[in-house]
Design a protein around this ligand. Structure first.
Ligand code: VG1
Ligand code: CO
Length: 564
């Protein structure tokens, strides 16, 4: 006989500021650990879910292994049990990457998932923590739901909790109470099996075995270490010595688990030295990816475009692509591929939650964001390991004849530019700016947009002498073509007559102050200069963008913290 649940009600009060951002609620872990901070948010999720759907349902729970992950999971078990959930599936040791959670939700027909991650933000006792609710399609809850959860956090008075629920996360298997059970599942198996249905692992194994191809992967001490060890080493034959930082750590070994040129210095310097032919990294929760060739950086906006134009290399896309999509600030390289393939194309706001409806409506196959996010409709989250394997598959496709000279990542990207032209692209991040100053910068531009006085303004490029004229300005608004919901104020957009763009946004994932992001995109046609250095090529546009916003004057920042 299984034990009865002992359920009680805890009195609580609303806690201010529990508004989910671009991807869930992210705050300092100290805040999450204070009082009923976590309890309130979790109960608020259950308060918006219809009780008849929750009753007896399956919920998936897991996280990136950061500090407080395991304690938070036990609290979620207890609240889930008291709110009528029938079964919780949790990754062993509490670990599940964000894409793996999406895969498990779909495979097990779960009601949804609670994901514990602050993604690429640092962890540890003084770092960040985060929580996100995903729905039954495996994707992030749409804004209607996150807004409803936030509304609940503002009026919550009590928490339902089971006093006698606790499960050992270290061992696979089931712990049962009357009407409730916790099943500890292997973190990798279901996700890896899905990938095997998407790619031709045998072909990739042949590539990996080539003496003239050396691959390297950096998990940045995040959750993908567990996946990399199993998938790259055991299934694809990569030597373990070519996997770095693959043991998940509660504070990411003191690092910043953000796969970019600034925060992945170990991998970047090895690639610059030419030690490997392909180097990849993913973020804390495994949904982002960075792909590098030997002394060559693949810009994420190019990455998704190249993957899309090489879709035929990937067995999953055998029947063709349904459509392509990117977030608004992502470079327009993907647009050209969609046009060439004559398939539907969508431009959505920043954040993966906007791709889900399009995928569910069978109109989107591959999508990406400039922020190192790439994915497909195999799940409803971006997927770092998927993107790495997609590149491996494309490389293997271009290198079927081992006697011929190796076709490198750089060669493949160059071929792409020669066919489509090149979108020179860069993003400047100014982190931890005083919130008021961040607002001031945005106001400076939004005024010029509201009055449209920016339109028609002309500039002479400081470095290229080119004349730049503003053709259109707006604050991006998106109407979801499927559910017709409208998301406004999604980024200030300045478009020039030559097609160049400058975009300004405030980040919705940070926990301290404001992070200002400025995005620059400039197209060169196939007859233009395709091979100059990005920062040099964009110098004039960047200068215009900084002047227009008075960013340096207002914030006192001379340089951004991160340049991509
Ligand atoms: C950032 C990125 C965005 C991404 C989001 C979540 O958001 O710009 O493209 O979807 O992070 O990624 P923001 O609001 O800070 O610009 V993750 O890997 O942190 O879940
Ligand atoms: Co992430």
């Amino acid at each position: 006989m299984s034990t009865e649940l002992v359920i009680k009600k805890l009195d609580t009060q609303p806690i201010a500021g529990q508004k989910p951002g671009t991807s869930g609620l992210r705050k300092k872990v100290t805040e999450f650990k204070t009082g009923y901070y976590l309890h309130n948010f979790v109960q608020s999720i259950f308060n918006v879910l219809p009780p008849n759907e929750v009753a007896g349902a399956t919920l998936v729970v897991g996280g990136d292994g950061r500090y407080f992950n395991k304690e938070a999971i036990q609290i979620i078990f207890a609240i889930a049990a008291a709110n009528g959930i029938g079964r919780v599936l949790v990754g062993q040791n509490g670990l599940l990457s964000t894409p793996a959670i999406s895969a498990v939700v779909r495979a097990r027909k779960a009601l949804g998932a609670i994901i514990l991650t602050a993604s690429h933000n640092p962890g540890g006792p003084h770092g960040d923590f985060g929580i996100k609710y995903n729905i039954a399609n495996g994707g992030p809850a749409p804004e209607a739901i996150t807004n409803a959860i936030f509304a609940q956090t503002g009026k919550i008075t009590s928490i339902n909790i089971a006093e006698n629920v606790h499960a050992d996360l270290t061992k696979l298997g089931v712990t049962e109470w009357k009407g409730f059970k916790v099943e500890v599942i292997d973190s990798v198996t279901e996700y890896a099996s899905l990938l095997q249905t998407i790619f031709d692992f045998e072909a990739i194994k042949k590539l990996v075995a080539r003496p003239d191809f050396v691959f390297n992967f950096d998990a940045m001490s995040g959750v993908t270490g567990v996946y990399a060890t199993r998938i790259f080493t055991e299934m694809l034959g990569v030597n373990t010595s070519n996997l770095i930082n693959c043991v998940p750590s509660e504070d990411f070994n003191g690092g910043h688990p953000d796969p970019n040129l600034t925060y992945a210095p170990e991998l970047v310097s090895k690639m610059e030295k030419g030690l490997f032919d392909m180097g990849c990294a993913s973020d804390g929760d495994g949904d982002r990816n960075m792909v590098l060739g030997k002394r060559f950086f693949v810009n994420p906006s190019d990455s998704v475009a190249v993957i899309a134009s090489n879709f035929a290399a990937i067995p999953y896309f055998k029947a063709g692509l349904k459509g392509l999509a990117r977030s608004m600030p992502t470079s327009a390289a993907l647009d050209l591929v969609a046009k060439n393939l004559k398939i539907p194309f969508f431009e959505v706001p920043t954040g993966w939650k906007f791709f889900g409806n399009l995928m569910d409506a069978n109109t989107l196959s591959i999508c990406g964001e400039e922020s190192f996010g790439t994915g497909s409709d195999h799940i409803r989250e971006k997927d770092g390991i998927w993107a790495v394997i997609a590149w491996l598959q494309i490389l293997s496709h271009h290198n079927t004849d081992a006697t011929k000279q190796f076709v490198s990542l750089e060669n493949i990207v160059h071929q792409h530019w020669k066919k489509y032209g090149r979108n020179y692209y860069s993003r400047y991040d100014y982190e931890e700016v005083d919130t008021k100053l961040g607002d001031d910068v945005m106001r400076q531009i939004s005024e010029g947009i509201a009055t449209q006085k920016l339109v028609g303004q002309k500039f002479t490029g400081v470095s290229d002498g080119q004349s730049y004229e503003i053709a259109a300005v707006d604050d991006f608004e998106y109407k979801d073509p499927i559910d017709l919901s409208v998301s406004s104020r999604q980024g200030l957009r300045i478009r020039f007559t030559d097609g160049s763009r400058i975009i300004y946004r405030l980040s919705g994932t940070g926990s301290t102050g404001a992070t200002i992001r400025v995005y620059f995109d400039k197209y060169e046609s196939t007859s233009g200069n395709l091979f100059s250095e990005t920062q040099t090529h964009l110098k004039s546009l960047i200068h215009i963008g900084l002047e227009l916003s008075s960013l340096q004057k207002i914030t006192g920042r001379k340089e951004p913290n991160v340049i991509t």
